[in-house]
Each structure stands twice: as structure tokens, then as C-alpha cells.
Design a protein around this ligand. Sequence first.
Ligand SMILES: *Cc1c(COP(=O)(O)O)cnc(C)c1O
Length: 357
Amino acid sequence: MLKYRKGLNDMPPYDGTDKFYNIKVNANECNMAMPPIVAERLMARLQSVPINRYPGEEYDNLVDQIARNFKLQPENVFLGNGSSELIEKIFYCFGGSKAKKIVFPDPSFSMYHIYAQAAQADAVTVPLETDFTLDIDKFVTAINDNNAALAVLCNPNNPTGGALPVSDIQYILDNIKTTTAFLLDEAYVEFYGRSAVSLLKDYPNLIICRTFSKAYGLAGARVGYMLAARPVVAMIGKSFMPYHMNSLSLATADICYQMRQEFVPHIQIMISERKRMAEQIKQLPGFAVFPSETNFLLVHVNDQPELVELFEKNDVGVRFFSPDNKRLKDYIRISMGTREENDTWFGLMKAFSEGRG
Ligand SMILES: *Cc1c(COP(=O)(O)O)cnc(C)c1O
């Protein structure tokens, strides 16, 4: 027997599928190619990255750009290998024993459970209502009753797609203790358009995480960023290795961020596809779709396993939830692909609905 650390054996493996599909709509990635003008600039830039040096300038350039965009200081910004790394480290920094409570709604991003476990903290979940909305008073009560070290909110929420207005975020911050760190995961905020960044100046316990993986289509580069008050960034920064980001990914994100206007039409297409597909699904008997402010839809399906099987047979990968997931076992989550891809999976869905009718 190898002497692994305590608790590792009980950690579940990540259940995300890395399988290749002809139509891959299971991971909320962007299915459109990078705008050609961005790709061209990026290729030129990558040629001049000093790969023999540890990343310094590439890191600082991106931090400066992000800080400037939000009218913050560079000391308010920290970069991570995807926002996943940042979120994992934030859980680590506020964990360390079962006495440390980390409170978040459920269903939400499935990795929160795993990060809490890895941080040896105690995860306390607040169930969403039957319509998958969050009762913010219940959330506030759970945070305060547990004297939470960390509270986490994904807004808009994955996998349900719903979003709270910034006034609700402010209400939560106004009603929890200033000794509770509040992590707001804004992975999908570009599709929603209403960020809580403006609250940072008034709430020194607020931490916002963002990513280049979804709206910017850089899931493979692994770049995310955290925005928070200077002392919070300094403390959480201590948990990272020196030179934790690689220059190639930093240069990639830097070019995309400089050229972020070029991504606006992409984001608009994903939003309009989401609206179009939600309308179409609504017309199908046996299906229900939840309001979404993201690039994906959560769909209730009678006979979910049969539909997933039909998708698999046709080389379409959607996110589905296992039979032991009580809240989500009758649902699938579909990210918006290209118009053509969306028409294809919808065709299968329609045939399924008619065949079953
Ligand atoms: C995709 C996602 C992330 C992390 O994405 P990265 O690729 O690690 O930046 C974080 N939170 C939520 C809710 C997500 O859906």
C-alpha cells in the first residue's frame, strides 16, 4: 500500500468527458473559431515570446491591461491557469479544517464540492428552489448561521443558467459578516452583461473570478483572473508557485484581451442562438427549458437516458447528470454550438419527441 495523504482515496475523479464528438456541446466551450484578425495577430505575437525566460513581462502586461479596463490597480488582479486554479486556491486559503465552513448553493458548479473536500473544509449547501432560483435570504441565513469562512456564488449559475441582479449580490454582501469572504464566480458574465465588479470598491471581502475559457473561446489556453482588494490578492497569491502561468498562454490571453471588441459579435451570436434554441425546445412536448443568461441551456427531458443514448449514437456530446444526482437526473445541459450544430442536435431532439409521442 502506498502512503497517500489522508482523504485522497475518497476524492471522486472529475466526471467530465474528454471524449471527442462530432458535435461537442457538453462543456460550455465556444465552438466558433477565433476571429481571423485576432488569430493573425496572435501568431505573430507567439513568434516573439521569449520562451527561454520565466514569464514576467507577459504576466504583468495582462495584469495591467485587466486592471486598467476595470479601473483597478495591478495589485487587485491575480491570474490563474483557468479560473479553476484560482477557485481551487481560494477554497484552500479559506479551508484547512472541518471547522471552516464553505457555503454555496446547490445545484451549482460541481467542482465546488471537490475543492471544498480537497481543502479539508466543510461544504454546506443551500438548495435552490424547485424552479432553480436562489432564495437569497436562505443563502444569507446559511452563511451567517455557519459563520462561513467562505461563501460562493456562481452568477450566472452553472448548470441552471439563471442569474441574480447586481442588487441581490449587494444585498447578500450587506447582510453577511465582513469576516466571511464572498467568492463570485462570473465565468459566464459576458453573456449576461451585468457584472458585480463595481461593488469591489465598497466590499473588501468580495472576490470575483473570471475566465477566458467561455466567451473568449480560450479553454485550451487555461487562463482566468481574480479581482479583489489588495490584501486579499496578496494573501491568496501566497498559495501559488512562482511563475505558475506559462508565457504562451499569457501572450494568447493578452492579444485576445487587447482585441476583445472582435469577440463581441461572437458573444452576440451565442446569445441569439441560445434564445432561438430555447424557443424551439419550448414547442416540443415532453421538454422544459430554464431561463438562461449563459451560453448553455438546462433542459428537462422525460426519458433522459434514452435521449442521451440517441445523441451518443449520433456523435453528439451533451452534459448529462447521473441517476444518483437527485435534482438533475432528468436534465441535460447543452452548450450553444454553431447554428448548424444546433440545428442538428435539435433535429434529433425533435425526432425523439415525435417518436415518443
Ligand atoms: C467553466 C467554469 C469555470 C472554470 O473555467 P476555467 O476554464 O478553469 O477558467 C469556473 N466556474 C464555472 C461555473 C464554470 O462553468
